[in-house]
Design a protein around this ligand. Structure first.
Ligand SMILES: *Cc1c(COP(=O)(O)O)cnc(C)c1O
Length: 396
């Protein structure tokens, strides 16, 4: 029997979202998520994936996954702490630790559940967490789950962080205090001010946690934002994902051995959710090997990012102040942004509109994610389409 309350709740709220243009329609891909994608039978230039290095379709990763599936099967069969830990998982964690220049690492099934599990394994209701106001949803949820007092500080505002940390410290209310930040902020492409954050943390004895989902594979010769600043021994939690630049799936924390030992007995997704599949783990290991041995893919990613940025800026678009290959094209008005994205789509460029509440009101943007796998021809074609739509909509 259908619940009447549920029915009216869903009807009302879905209608509300649709009337405000906030209901997200999903377009399924009929291809891999490479530089070109197929949707509804139409091939388009893809500027929306997080597949920064093109590794999601790399033949070496595919071969490693197939080989592992043939040897170990498709599923791990249990959670990590029962008997779902295969030799592959151990190897992945050793590789991650070496890659991140830390003593140890722990792998999770996703970046999202890694943040949920890792933050709440260490922080509790007697603690406080200073969190950048633009931090990712999984950080926000992980902080909430921990029941620690969450104190948001203004985006990358070190004076605000220092003042609020000092106040928390002086209050004497909290046993432990953590500062947590994205390494690279995905909506604007700006980099966290880690050296200053570390300075405040050292001054006030704060635990440091960096979520480097968009920095790993991209900054610091691919190792990430922490390495970019030369701070590998100064950050307690180096969290990252295996699903963006690394092209597969999974999340991890790299850090001191004792921290990782603790997470292996206390983080709930590690204890209560089935381990990463053997095929995925083998592909991740291969991805880390590729990144450890060459910076060729990063070089191409940055070249493509710079090329697209220069091109859009040259046409007269507002591309914000990104410090990474993430290239926002800021339109402003929410409805205009959505129309802009739709017109790009009709002309063969897939670049999603990102609007309030994901970004502040009046800063609606089409966000472009160039990758190492894009060719100059693809980027030139995208720029031609951007120009056409920009002129059509009188934005240029
Ligand atoms: C994407 C993302 C995550 C989640 O990672 P998944 O592996 O996709 O679950 C966590 N944090 C940040 C900052 C992200 O951008």
């Amino acid at each position: 029997m259908d619940s009447k309350i549920l029915q009216s709740f869903l009807k009302e709220n879905l209608a509300d979202l649709k009337s405000k243009g906030l209901y997200n329609v999903i377009d399924p891909l009929e291809s891999s998520n490479g530089p070109l994608i197929k949707i509804c039978g139409k091939e388009m230039i893809n500027l929306s994936s997080n597949n920064y290095l093109g590794l999601a379709t790399d033949p070496r990763l595919k071969a490693a996954a197939i080989e592992a599936i043939n040897k170990y099967g498709v599923g791990a069969g249990a959670v990590r702490t029962i008997n779902g830990t295969m030799e592959l998982h151990v190897k992945l964690e050793e590789k991650l630790a070496a890659f991140k220049h830390t003593e140890a690492a722990i792998a999770f099934q996703s970046g999202f559940n890694c943040n949920m599990g890792a933050i709440s394994a260490v922080m509790d209701k007697d603690d406080a967490i200073l969190s950048d106001e633009l931090n990712h949803a999984s950080i926000i949820d992980g902080c909430r789950l921990s029941r620690a007092k969450v104190i948001a500080y203004k985006h990358s505002d070190i004076a605000d962080l220092r003042a609020k940390s000092l106040q928390a410290k002086k209050s004497g209310l909290y046993k432990k205090i953590m500062v947590i930040t994205d390494g690279v902020f995905s909506m604007d492409g700006d980099i966290a001010k880690l050296p200053e954050i570390v300075e405040v943390a050292e001054e006030l004895d704060l635990i440091t946690y960096v979520d480097d989902a968009h920095g790993s594979g991209v900054l610091g010769d691919g190792v990430g934002t922490v390495k970019h600043f030369g701070l590998s021994d100064k950050i307690d939690f180096q969290m990252g994902t295996l699903s963006k630049a690394l092209g597969v799936i999974g999340g991890y924390v790299a850090g001191k051995k004792e921290l990782i030992d603790w997470l292996k007995v206390r983080s709930r997704p590690f204890l209560f959710s089935t381990a990463l599949t053997p095929g995925d783990v083998a592909a991740c290991i291969t991805a880390i090997d590729i990144l450890s041995n060459s910076t060729e893919l990063q070089k191409r990613l940055w070249e493509n990012g710079n090329y697209l940025k220069e091109g859009l800026k040259g046409l007269g678009f507002n591309i914000g102040a990104s410090q990474t290959p993430i290239t926002p094209c800021i339109i402003g008005d929410e409805i205009q942004t959505q129309i802009f994205s739709r017109k790009l789509y009709e002309n063969g460029v897939y670049a999603k509109a990102i609007i309030f509440p994901t970004v502040p009101k009046g800063t609606g943007r089409v966000r472009n994610m160039p990758t190492a796998a894009h060719t100059r021809v693809m980027l030139d074609q995208a720029l031609v389409i951007y120009r056409k739509v920009g002129l059509e909509m009188k934005i240029l």
